[in-house]
Structure formats: structure tokens, C-alpha cells
Ligand binder design. Sequence first.
Ligand code: SF4
Length: 70
Amino acid sequence: MAERARRMRVEVDRDLCEANEVCVAMAPAVFELDDEEELRISSPDVPEGEIERVTQAVASCPRNALLIRE
Ligand code: SF4
């Protein structure tokens, strides 16, 4: 049987996020700040090659503002 591709979706709780860029530094291909200095998730459906970095960024968010849906 073929192995199922890993899928991960990441979301931000804007009430908790303080835009301190910890996640941006760890996974810049997925997280960025927009012109209003608000966090923007450029790839909410996380590419397989970014899963490790995004997992670490989620665990490192000092506000616990990132949520993973698998
Ligand atoms: S690490 Fe957390 S608080 Fe900081 S910008 Fe990312 S989601 Fe927001």
C-alpha cells in the first residue's frame, strides 16, 4: 500500500500573536509579516519540506498562537 503523504495545515490565533517574528525567523518560507506588521501565513498548507521547520516554529512560539491541523 502506498504511504500517505504527510499533510499539515497551520493557523494563527491573531488575538494571541504579538508579531515578534520568532516563527518568521524559523520558517521564513511559511511565515512573514505584512505591511501592517501582522503575521501572514503565506503557505497555510505546509509543503512537506517545511513540516519540520514549521513544527519547531509552532513549539517555539512564546504566545502559543500557532495551531496545527493534520
Ligand atoms: S512566534 Fe508566535 S507570537 Fe511570534 S509572530 Fe509567530 S505566531 Fe506570532
